[in-house]
Design a protein around this ligand. Structure first.
Ligand code: CMC
Length: 383
């Protein structure tokens, strides 16, 4: 490529600020700490709605009537059942497998019994709801299997969040714990054109199937710069151990050019509104569960990190306190990202269904910097 042509090309590393479509699903105002799902503020939704209502809102586009909500709950309940093939698979995995690998593999495997490419909107929607229902059951079943326990089946009288806690712990959760889990799921359900949503859209744009699309989303969410940060943030807070250790830890970490997990965001240049909600929950929950000292350590780390990073517009994000909240609900650290994924299925499905209404294959370009017209050398002549 000539140097003149090269100079006129802008490379958008990380696709920073590139708009890939028009969407009515989610608005993030990263300067003013605001987040809306379909026009409703996240605080309004987490104050009032259940996760099932939020999922309906995202996927269908409006809040459900009581009848529509009941229908969704019935569909979810009937889809909670895992097939013998799925159960056999879950029992065959090494108990040391990361639950995120288990979730990705098992969601992919659901296509073995319901596969095939289709552009039928109702089939895509049905599959999205099926995956949404089965994901938490898969996570909970593996959690029990790896401890040598029998998986539990959901209870009709419990909601989506409460059922998840029930299937993990084997006892009916309190209304308080259930509500916190419900809020946490709603907070993770959607977040505009992030890496995993884009990954789902890339897959959908080739006219692939819903199982492949959600599998791609899970695969992309797994990394520590995206969904995996919640695990890392909690491990960091646990490692620090006490509020007194926070100053040295933060200082050392930043000196070594390492990142503070649960801090920073491509869009938020101030506080992530999900962080604000989770921090308040973590404080209260810490008191209720006798984990106030963990919360105090997190607050101290936050203060020290903010003091050094806020001038660069690096603030705590959703992951700083979400891990703490999940931990206080008695959930093991490696379950955090799968829980995030199970909730985000609603957002992924919403975006994909919207994108497919006016699909265009996603096919960007790279700037070639290699050589051309090299002569093939037979292998025995290569040095
Ligand atoms: N701690 C310390 N420095 C940071 C951090 C952090 N958490 N985040 C960004 N920076 C610095 C970074 O080192 C870089 O500095 P310099 O210009 O001197 O090299 C500068 O800020 C810009 O970093 P970037 O990676 O180009 O910025 P980005 O917009 O791509 O960052 C991010 C977004 C989320 C990848 C990053 O903030 C990060 O790695 N955070 C830690 C991981 C994390 O918490 N991820 C969860 C994100 S929110 C949940 C989700 O949506 O998935």
């Amino acid at each position: 490529m000539s140097s003149e042509v090269k100079e006129s090309i802008t490379i958008h590393k990380g696709l920073d600020s590139i708009r890939v479509n028009e969407s009515s699903i989610c608005l993030i105002d990263g300067e003013r700490s605001r987040l809306y799902y379909r026009g409703y503020s996240i605080a309004d939704l987490t104050d009032n709605a259940s996760y099932e209502e939020v999922a309906y809102l995202l996927i269908i586009g409006q809040l459900p009537t009581q009848l529509q909500l009941d229908e969704l709950k019935n569909t979810l309940f009937s889809e909670y059942t895992l097939s013998p093939i799925t159960m056999t698979l879950l029992k065959s995995y090494p108990s040391t497998s990361h639950p995120m690998d288990v979730l990705r593999t098992t969601i992919s495997s659901l296509a073995l019994e319901d596969g095939g490419l289709t552009q039928d909107k109702s089939v895509n929607l049905q599959r999205a709801i099926r995956i949404l229902a089965k994901a938490p059951v898969i996570i909970a079943a593996f959690e029990r299997i790896r401890q040598g326990k029998e998986p539990l089946t959901p209870k009709k009288e419990l909601g989506h969040a409460a059922n998840f806690l029930y299937m993990i712990h084997g006892e009916i959760p309190s209304n308080y714990d259930s509500r916190i889990m419900d809020i946490a799921l709603s907070l993770h359900a959607e977040h505009e054109m992030n890496a995993s949503t884009f990954s789902g859209i890339v897959t959908a744009s080739t006219l692939s199937d819903m199982y492949s699309i959600i599998t791609a989303g899970i695969a992309t969410l797994r990394g520590s710069l995206h969904g995996g940060a919640n695990e890392e943030a909690l491990k960091m807070i646990m490692e620090i151990g006490t509020p007194e250790n926070a100053v040295t830890f933060v200082e050392e970490r930043l000196k070594q050019k390492k990142r503070i997990m649960g801090f920073g965001h491509r869009i938020y240049k101030t506080y992530d509104p999900r962080y604000t909600i989770l921090k308040a929950i973590a404080e209260k929950l810490g008191g209720v569960k006798g984990k106030a000292s963990l919360y105090d350590t997190a607050v101290r780390v936050e203060r020290e990190a903010l003091g050094r990073l806020s001038d660069s517009k690096i603030f705590p994000n959703v992951d700083f306190y979400s891990g703490l909240v999940f931990h206080m609900l008695g959930l093991r650290t490696d379950l955090f990202t799968p829980i995030f994924a199970s909730s985000r299925i609603a957002g992924w499905a919403a975006h994909v269904l919207e994108y497919l209404e006016d699909n265009r294959l996603i096919r960007p370009k790279a700037v070639y910097t290699g050589k051309v017209d090299l002569q093939y050398t037979p292998i025995e002549q290569r040095t």
